[in-house]
Ligand binder design. Structure first.
Ligand SMILES: [Zn+2]
Length: 426
């Protein structure tokens, strides 16, 4: 083989592998939808009807640009399904994902487009937030996190539904009309995650939720490990929850396809990696000189390269929250159970920092309440430590000898008791 031929082969192999990479399906939401369409013959028509309702709602509301648009807080539960202990991601990692969601959906992300960028006028605060649930569907206090050890080593496509099935090695979702269920699992292959669309809820409530692989979840711990180093900023969560709130991919899942949004440029296909603006200027779908909006959360670029939702996308998400997902608007999942919330001790007490390494400051405003007894209880309700009567407004609590995890600090006096969630991370 001569040298020129060797070089040609190397170049061709490189091109082939690039193409293979370019066609990598990072998100399996459309595959999930295709399965649902096969299983439920009524889904297609429901999606058509729902699309009309979505457009009508947007026409009559156009909420996202109004200054007085109310923030919607979505009660969220994170189900960690783990086989190898590395997959049992820490509370700290879970909190990092919630923080990313609250930044991205509220336009608090530090990497947003600068004011001069041509796409900046389309960037929007979607006014959607996420809280880790404070009470479970039975009304019991919860950290908003469940942990399930499983015999399933990795979840392949044939097994996806079982992630949400307790009897099959996964975990049943919490009432999907009242909670966003996020599953953290070890997915087979290279898929980063997938979600169920709002219209799937009516026929398959038990399959609702979003699934994220543990290496692409949050911003610390296992985030970005192994071959997923470019998925280290929690944007798989932002992307999948975008689907869960009825957003399609920016390229409409076909060449120059329609994502049903007016203010996202039409894209020829998915974008990968870290493109430079303008990318695909004057593309074949008729984009202008600014090219494609590859930095949108609903594209396939690296985590560090995606940082915006548009007004049209925010309206569409809010339409779903006033349509198929409207049950979330009346969910009390973010509130402490009533029995624990009777008196204002909770409002008078603050733990900081939280999460902490086991040493934290407890501030109690003792002006308006009688002396308080404090104890630490674990997730199963067992008392781990007694602190006795707290007589100072500011106390330093040292529980560095307890293991990492979520606990409740129970505060009580002669008339009532309440709890504060404390996260210990080391
Ligand atoms: Zn996707």
């Amino acid at each position: 083989m001569n040298t020129k031929l060797q070089i040609l082969i190397i170049v061709v192999v490189a091109l082939l592998s690039y193409n293979a990479n370019a066609q990598t399906n990072k998100c399996a939401t459309m595959q999930h939808l295709e399965k649902s369409l096969v299983q439920d013959p009524t889904l297609k028509q429901r999606m058509v009807d729902s699309e009309k309702a979505t457009r009508q709602w947007i026409l009559t509301h156009v909420q996202s640009k109004k200054a007085n648009t109310e923030v919607i807080v979505i009660p969220t539960v994170v189900h960690v399904i783990w086989n190898s202990s590395v997959e049992n991601v820490s509370d700290e990692q879970i909190l990092s994902q919630i923080e990313v969601l609250n930044n991205d959906f509220r336009l608090m992300n530090a990497d947003s487009l600068d004011e001069q960028h041509p796409f900046r006028p389309f960037v929007i605060d979607a006014k959607i937030e996420f809280c880790l649930a404070q009470q479970d569907p039975d009304g019991s206090p919860t950290t908003g996190i469940t942990r399930t050890q499983t015999n399933v080593v990795a979840w392949g496509e044939d097994n996806w539904d079982n992630i949400k099935s307790t009897v099959n090695g996964g975990k049943n979702n919490w009432d999907p009309t009242k909670y966003l269920n996020i599953y953290v699992v070890n997915l087979d292959g290279k898929i980063l995650g997938f979600a169920a669309f709002p219209d799937e809820l009516a026929s398959k409530p038990d399959l609702d939720g979003t699934v994220i692989r543990y290496e692409a979840f949050g911003t610390n711990g296992t985030a970005g490990t192994g071959e997923f180093s470019l998925n280290n900023k929690g944007r798989t969560g932002t992307h999948e929850i975008g689907h869960w709130l009825n957003l399609k991919h920016i390229w409409g899942d076909s060449t120059c396809g329609d994502d049903l949004i007016n203010d996202t440029e039409k894209a020829e296909e998915a974008n990968y990696g870290n493109p430079t603006f303008p990318h695909r200027a004057n593309n074949t779908c008729g984009s202008g000189t600014n090219g494609e909006m590859f930095m949108n959360y609903m594209d396939y670029v690296d985590d560090s390269c995606m940082f915006m939702f548009t007004s049209g996308q925010a309206d569409r998400m809010r339409a779903s929250l006033n349509g198929p997902r409207s049950g979330l608007l009346t969910s009390i999942g973010c509130k402490l159970p009533t029995a624990l919330n009777e008196v204002n001790i909770l409002n008078a007490a603050t733990v900081y920092p939280n999460p902490n390494s086991g040493k934290f400051t407890l501030y109690i405003n003792l002006k308006n309440i009688t002396l308080v007894n404090a104890s630490l209880i674990n997730m199963f309700g067992a008392t781990v430590k007694e602190f006795g009567v707290i007589s100072k407004e500011i106390s330093t609590i040292d529980i560095t000898d307890v293991s990492t995890g979520a606990y409740y600090l129970r505060l009580s006096n002669s008339t009532t008791s309440t709890i504060k969630k404390v996260f210990i991370t080391k």
